[in-house]
Design a protein around this ligand. Structure first.
Ligand SMILES: [Zn+2]
Length: 168
């Protein structure tokens, strides 16, 4: 959330200690903490020995990545990641494990990544997702941000050491 003025006293905001934005009025102690937003991410193991990656219509044509999404109010992260997989690619998945969490500084997000498994039919009804790619473990390449790290950790647990290719 961004503010033009202090939401407490309507004073001016400016730089404060430790990189935080603060209220510049001495009688006000408002600090804009900008706590990271949690985002769930799914490494989808699909049928035997594949990973399913999705393409979002907002991304360049050849970029395929994990299914991700925000948690709903009071939602458990495991429920959120299964809901996102169902909404974005139409699969009834099951949690196979927690991969870890990674900070995504550019978006100020905390990525909470799970390994999920699915073997049903892909159904693309979410207008944001227009294509998926089903890639055998040995051909998957990853990327150097949090979701890419999660995918790499998963593949390493399966005995593969994927190439890391920066997004262009
Ligand atoms: Zn203030």
């Amino acid at each position: 959330m961004t503010f033009n003025y202090c939401p407490t006293c309507k004073g001016d905001l400016g730089p404060g200690p430790d990189g935080y934005t603060v209220c510049l009025d001495d009688s006000c102690n408002f600090v804009l903490y900008e706590n990271p937003t949690p985002v769930v991410a799914a490494v989808i193991e699909y049928k035997d020995g594949n990973v399913l990656l999705a393409h979002n219509t907002k991304w360049p044509p050849k970029i395929f990545a994990l299914v991700t999404g925000f948690l709903e109010k009071h939602e458990d992260p495991e429920a959120a990641v299964l809901r996102e997989v169902k909404e974005e690619v139409g699969l009834d998945a099951e949690i196979r494990g927690f991969l870890g969490h990674w900070t995504f500084k550019r978006m100020n997000q905390l990525i909470i990544a799970y390994h999920v498994y699915a073997d049903g039919e892909v159904v693309l009804e979410d207008p944001e997702i227009d294509e998926v790619k089903i890639i055998p473990f040995e051909k998957v390449r990853t990327w150097p941000t949090g979701t890419g790290e999660a995918l790499r950790k998963f593949l390493r647990s399966k005995g593969y050491d994927p190439e890391v290719v920066p997004f262009r």
